[in-house]
Design a protein around this ligand. Structure first.
Ligand code: ZN
Length: 470
């Protein structure tokens, strides 16, 4: 029988970088003998003494665990695929626990599911936290406290005042500082035994593979679609599991995407929503404690993957509704035609994710105005109609002084309230709804209408620092 062995990223260097091995074999054992006779480096890694598969290695035939079939004697048919899945921290060098660690992790060590061996696995493991915001800060805190030996933090953002209602790792005095730098200091204070590596960069197609391949587990705490698809694709390409979560207002979703064992993010959501349709947290808001619940779930799943205990959220989408206080679970199937993890992938390298998500925004320069320029127009006394297109409950929070308020949803029917001879500057929270408003206005004869770039958020930071204290 001609069969295919799929080689995971973590052990590819032992087979000269190959992703698969094709051979003739009637059983899994025969296929493995053929593999290790060609690549002797693999024998000790896969097998202990008497040809017994090591505990941290699982094998699947066409998606079924061989332990539920005939083990290594499982029979093969022509065209079968064997997938080797090492537990994610299984190959790392284990180091002994120090006395400090034995005392610190006492409540772990007395649990049979963790114990000394589990704690050593945690120490040998590494997790990359992408986005050190609402999800990443609680997740990273628990991972550090639990003794994950190496934690990478990726975030190019600085701490903003409006982060503090949910990102409880940061304090008021940290506003303006680099998130990864402040997080490193705090996490080192939680547990000086762990190594914190920081990447104050925007993760993109040029650096993602190099960063992601250095970690056992990837924890996705991003807040935007381009980065989420990028993290997914890069992780599939280098064979790393992604512990995913996303949040909006009172609702959170979580899942685990394990290459070779279940669906990926693209199997779940093949395409991003059109830009502007799904509001970000900056625009739609988020209940402050929600990300802490979801980030903690991500920490749980990451630790389970490292320890190899329990049932991971693979092939399952967990949905948490904080208002109803309900958890629901949906099954997610691997899509055989998935462009990155399917049987015939069309994506073999990282792509342009901004473009994929429709974010190469073609904004004409005459459609937007910077907040500095609007500020100086107002100082000069230039005649301008400032138009707030947010919803009434947003308008109640605070407004740019003198602004007229017409929500975007009503604008089409209330154009008669505006004077076409006075230039209109529309604003919303972050500048996307106001851009839609400006396009509508231009269509209706308000040729000089402009959208305040970055919305009232940018106005607050750049033009009116006093708003921060509001
Ligand atoms: Zn997929």
């Amino acid at each position: 029988m001609k069969v295919r062995i799929s080689i995971p990223g973590t052990i590819r260097q032992r087979v000269g970088g190959k992703g698969e091995f094709v051979t003739d074999a009637g059983t899994v054992k025969e296929a493995m003998s053929a593999l290790v006779s060609q690549y002797p480096d693999l024998r000790d890694y896969l097998f202990s003494g008497e040809e017994r598969l090591r505990n941290f290695i699982n094998m699947y035939v066409n998606g079924d665990d061989i332990r539920t079939m005939g083990g290594l004697d499982t029979k093969l048919k022509d065209g079968d695929t064997i997938i080797i899945v090492p537990s994610v921290a299984g190959g790392g060098p284990e180091s002994e626990l120090t006395l400090n660690e034995i005392m610190r992790y006492d409540r772990h060590l007395i649990m049979p599911e963790v114990g000394v061996n589990g704690q050593k696995k945690l120490k040998a493991a590494s997790v990359l936290v992408v986005g050190v915001g609402g999800l990443g800060t609680p997740a990273a805190t628990y991972l550090a406290a639990a003794g994950v030996g190496r934690i990478g933090l990726v975030d190019f953002d600085r701490i903003e005042f409006s982060n503090l209602h949910r990102q409880v790792l940061y304090s008021e005095e940290d506003v303006g500082k680099s998130k990864v730098e402040v997080a490193r200091t705090r996490l080192m204070a939680v547990n000086p035994n762990v190594v914190i590596e920081t990447y104050p960069v925007r993760l993109d197609s040029s650096n993602a593979l190099d960063i992601i391949r250095n970690y056992d587990v990837i924890l996705d705490g991003t807040d935007n679609f381009p980065t989420r698809y990028l993290v997914n694709d890069a992780s599939v390409l280098v064979g790393k599991p992604v512990v995913h979560s996303s949040i909006y207002r009172f609702e959170g979703q979580a899942s685990v995407f394990m290459p070779g064992r279940g669906p990926c993010y693209r199997c779940l959501y093949p395409e991003p929503p059109p830009p502007g349709l799904v509001p970000s947290c900056a625009e739609g808001g988020v209940f402050g404690v929600l990300p802490s619940v979801m980030g903690s779930i991500q920490a749980v799943e990451s630790l389970k993957l490292i320890l190899g205990v329990g049932e991971p959220l693979i092939g399952r989408l967990l949905i948490f509704d904080a208002l109803e206080m309900q958890f629901r679970e949906l099954k997610v199937k691997k899509d055989p035609s998935c462009p990155i993890c399917g049987s015939n992938p069309s994506i073999k390298a990282l792509i342009d994710y901004e473009e994929f998500c429709g974010l190469n925004r073609n904004i004409n320069s005459d459609e937007e105005i910077e907040s500095d320029l609007l500020q100086s127009w107002l100082k000069e006394g230039k005649r301008v109609e400032i138009l707030d297109v947010r919803e009434p409950y947003e308008n109640q929070i605070w407004q740019i002084p003198g602004a007229k308020h017409i929500p975007l949803s009503q604008l089409r029917n209330r154009l008669n309230e505006l004077d076409p001879n006075v230039p209109v500057v529309a604003y919303c929270q972050v500048g996307s709804r106001s851009l839609a408003a400006v396009r509508l206005l231009k269509e209706k004869g308000f040729g000089t209408a402009k959208s305040l770039r970055g919305g009232i958020d940018a106005w607050a930071v750049k033009a009116d620092q006093s708003v921060r204290g509001h």
